[in-house]
Design a binder for this molecule. Sequence first.
Ligand code: ADP
Ligand code: MG
Length: 252
Amino acid sequence: MSRRKKIYEGKAKILYEGPEPGTLVQYFKDDATAFNNKKKATLEGKGVLNNRISEFIMLNLGRVGVPTHFIRRLNMREQLVREVEIIPLEVICRNVAAGSISQRLGIPEGDALPRSIVEFCYKNDSLNDPLVAEEHITAFNWASTQEIDDIISLTLRVNDFLSGMFAAVGIRLIDFKLEFGRLYEGDMVRTVLADEISPDSCRLWDIETNEKMDKDRFRRDLGNVTEAYAEVARRLGIMKEAPRAANDEAWK
Ligand SMILES: Nc1ncnc2c1ncn2[C@@H]1O[C@H](COP(=O)(O)OP(=O)(O)O)[C@@H](O)[C@H]1O
Ligand SMILES: [Mg+2]
């Protein structure tokens, strides 16, 4: 990993140059941030869990025909992905009110929404990832109308797949965030799912108890953050049993 050229270091991951042109290595750190970097911590084992959970989800989405950047997992903390040109949007899909939609619109947290809602935020940390309309996206050329259509239909397919997958293991998918990129293949461009899908980017509540099993445990100081992530992995059948500490040792 240290041999590779670092391309970008973000809040939760590092991107390195991949072994072949057009590939990248995505390294999952243990760093957790919230409220636009105002709150920070290191959660031992989080990167290992997110690498495995995201691998599992991307692989299964690929099997049902959703194009993704994922190629293969390399080790505990790294995965090989196709390099894409990231579309600068955070695409949020909501099934149940929580977080910013509850604050903005005064909808009590936990209320089921009348239908799934897809929202767009402009991916820009210095502006706090503001909510934007399709008008802004096309006017400022962040994405074309065709790309927006593709993004919405892919997001709804991901929502259907993930909602069922999580419900089957006793977890309610409240909402999640996706990133998409442009994959250039010769003179063709395809919109593919990129980045990660993990408890860092989803709200997941236990179906029976409503207990939070996602990054809100960190945002709201609820404790047992990695334990909750490990429980998500265990229920998905990724780990045979949930080790007490989801550290790298436990995965060897
Ligand atoms: N396949 C890919 N090709 C290029 N960039 C990607 C790909 N997948 C994810 N990224 C980008 O890599 C970064 C991942 O690191 P992360 O720590 O999440 O960064 P950030 O702090 O910007 O959210 C993100 O900026 C994401 O948009
Ligand atoms: Mg990120």
